[in-house]
Design a protein around this ligand. Sequence first.
Ligand SMILES: NC(=O)c1ccc[n+]([C@@H]2O[C@H](COP(=O)([O-])OP(=O)(O)OC[C@H]3O[C@@H](n4cnc5c(N)ncnc54)[C@H](OP(=O)(O)O)[C@@H]3O)[C@@H](O)[C@H]2O)c1
Length: 355
Amino acid sequence: MMTTSRRNFLLLAAAAALPACAGTKKIATPGVPLSPFDEDSTADEVLGDLDLTGKLVVVTGCTSGIGFETMRALAARGAWVVGTSRTREAADAACKSVPGQTTPLQLELSDFRSVVDCANAIRSINAPLDILICNAGYLGAGGAPQLVDGIERHFAINHLGHFVFVNRLLGRLYMADQGRIVVVASRAAYTSAPRAGIEFDNLDAHRDYEDRRAYGHSKLANALFALQLGTLLRGTRITANALHPGVINTEIDRNMSRFMQTGFAVATALGYGKSIAQGAATSCYVATSPALGATSGKYFEDCNAVTIVGEGHLHDAEMAARLWQVSEDLTREFLVTHRGEDLNDFERAARKRRE
Ligand SMILES: NC(=O)c1ccc[n+]([C@@H]2O[C@H](COP(=O)([O-])OP(=O)(O)OC[C@H]3O[C@@H](n4cnc5c(N)ncnc54)[C@H](OP(=O)(O)O)[C@@H]3O)[C@@H](O)[C@H]2O)c1
């Protein structure tokens, strides 16, 4: 009989490699400019000769894989990049290893106190925030559910941690000429998530737990988060979009068995995937392309906005609104009210100037 980890690997690999799951079709999203880039484009190619001097950027999960390459490519264009890791030492090492202006910070997304502390450290920079890339991600391979304060771990880290983080930094994004929120989701949002979408009655994973399903569930939450941000931020200068970076052999498989890691490496080497430079391209494109100044609430693959037709809940506005409400209820004590009672001097002065 096949072990759970082998079965999970095969399902993950299949979900990653297939063009789309049966019953779904991918079409270009109407109303979004087509980009000249595709699945082969790299982060450096999509950024071209853009000058990002004076832009403040935050990249969560900057120590490896897509986040590291995203930070490197943006810093190389003159952006000031704040890069985060679960440990300050790893963030330090990653930031030191790329040319340009970078600042390392500690962020543990499963600990909302740490999320608040990290956001406050960014607010102490006293500058508008131009780009916030929610890139950090967790993929478990334990076969049994793990909980963070009663909530399934993938959902808590990949979605709720970033939900709190974005909420605490919205004020700074408002100050930017054009603030951008980029949420690195995954096509697992429609290939591996539960058929019913977000399982509001199963956030503690008391039934039907599988790692890939829980990961897909959290990635669907990422995509719906960007969709609802797009709705709530309509009429402001902030945009929010989600994306699938591609299938890339990074450290995302760190919790898998040696067998699964080898299989993932072989699958990506055989061409079922992208290089890390290509994997960071969609993040960099969505974060910076002048063509996307008014594009919000959309989902991107291979540097273009796509709509998944058929099965899945990627574009389910009702589910996105409910997810927002539930996420707020679950994290309320860590959120700012935006009424202004916890503004610092810089923020208070900026708000006064605006009034
Ligand atoms: N690779 C793929 O094929 C693929 C496909 C679809 C989507 N994605 C998504 O792409 C994003 C980047 O993944 P990757 O492939 O580059 O993986 P990676 O190499 O494992 O990088 C993940 C980053 O997230 C950070 N991180 C992990 N757990 C965290 C936590 N609890 N709190 C804060 N930070 C945490 C890690 O930082 P430290 O370990 O230093 O703390 C690391 O820098 C993820 O959101 C992933 O879901 C990847």
